[in-house]
Write a protein that binds this ligand. Sequence first.
Ligand SMILES: Cc1cc2nc3c(=O)[nH]c(=O)nc-3n(C[C@H](O)[C@H](O)[C@H](O)COP(=O)(O)OP(=O)(O)OC[C@H]3O[C@@H](n4cnc5c(N)ncnc54)[C@H](O)[C@@H]3O)c2cc1C
Length: 418
Amino acid sequence: MTPSQPTIIVIGAGLQGSSVALALAARGIRSVLLERQPQPLLATSLRNEGKIHLGFVYALSSGTKTAETMLRGATSFAGYLDAWCGPLPWRRWQSAPFRYLVMPDSLLSADQLAAAYCRLDETAARIAADGPLEYLGQPLTQLWGEPTPASAPLRMTRSLPWFETVERSIDPRLLTTAVRKRVEAEPLIDLRCGLEVQAVRACGTCFQLTTRAGPLTADAVVNCAWEQRQRLDRMGAETLDEGELSYRVKHQILIRPRRASSLLPVTMVQGPFGDIVPWPDGNIYISWYPTGRTYFGTTPPPDPLDNPTVARRVAEESLAVMADLFPDLQGATIVSSLPGIIVARGDSDVDRPDSGLHDRAAIGVQSAGCWWTIETGKLTTAPWFAEQVAQQITHVFGIRTAHHHAAVAPGGPLATGD
Ligand SMILES: Cc1cc2nc3c(=O)[nH]c(=O)nc-3n(C[C@H](O)[C@H](O)[C@H](O)COP(=O)(O)OP(=O)(O)OC[C@H]3O[C@@H](n4cnc5c(N)ncnc54)[C@H](O)[C@@H]3O)c2cc1C
């Protein structure tokens, strides 16, 4: 460590913490990345649907902040990761585009959804005024449209209205493997796995972190501990006011269809419904919210997350419902079922139109002195928030950056979205 550089500790090596460490390294800045699991990127960043959100699922949010946050996160996602990891094979990793299917008991009618998607277009156009938008390595121009006679059929037992979108998922297993390798290989990242931060104490201008292996001292901390984040913030930075968070457990279920299927990705809106995402390797991600969401509370789930019996039951129940709707899924085998935690704001569930869960306007970076905390919100926004923190740390400590790798995404100057 050069004497002029502060000791920066990043807590949590999910996509958020790993991105922070990589964004700092891109500027020639060292960091210590602490992870309680034996390897980085084994938690929520692996156990998800991998959708790089353009804002469609937040049709019930008020104002345009959520849409803008998703669009800015989504359109800089590949650019930052390419800059930190080298060009990544987005085309090979991505799903086909999503269709948004309007369920009979949707909280919004098809007309209301179309109106919300038009507002999304307007927000995208406003952002694009700063420069052309890119999404997973491709120019982003049109966001959605009505189906045409040339559209491939939905392959569903019911006939329901739907919209075509350009939104896609990337396979989180492939993404996390690539980022993990990059983090492990980066000499400016001191990665320490199997090390849980148990407690934090602010002492004057530094922070003392308690771990099983003894105390660690930092000049700056970036808290990316997802469901543990608020607990650590309360010890490290009392002045932060983050409001009340909710914690849900939802499962990442992968199935293998009986025979190769031509199903396309689907998100059922608007409310507690489900998704289908066929991955490039032939496995299909499915979710059905009423059976896949097994915990909802204002504290992180009390029980150990990995319970194979529960995970199996959830997968079987979810598959039964989805196979009723999509006959191509009948007879499919369950490949895996992994619970993940979703942290958000909102004390009622997504079946209520006024639930705060329909909004992600408040996610992002906060700081108090040299304590930074990131409410990741979505996988989609993690690289963009990481870049914001790296910029702020560089500025606060007056660090002259070495520009080890490209530190600014190809999309142009950093937009804060505030
Ligand atoms: C089923 C499911 C589907 C989802 N689908 C999508 C989607 O399609 N698109 C999207 O954008 N988002 C999606 N999400 C949300 C997305 O996965 C998360 O927003 C994102 O992965 C959070 O990243 P993170 O790095 O903040 O958290 P994590 O990946 O959980 O990383 C946090 C890390 O911190 C470590 N840690 C925690 N406490 C400590 C401690 N005290 N000391 C040391 N280490 C600690 C953990 O072990 C973990 O590795 C989904 C989530 C779930 C569960």
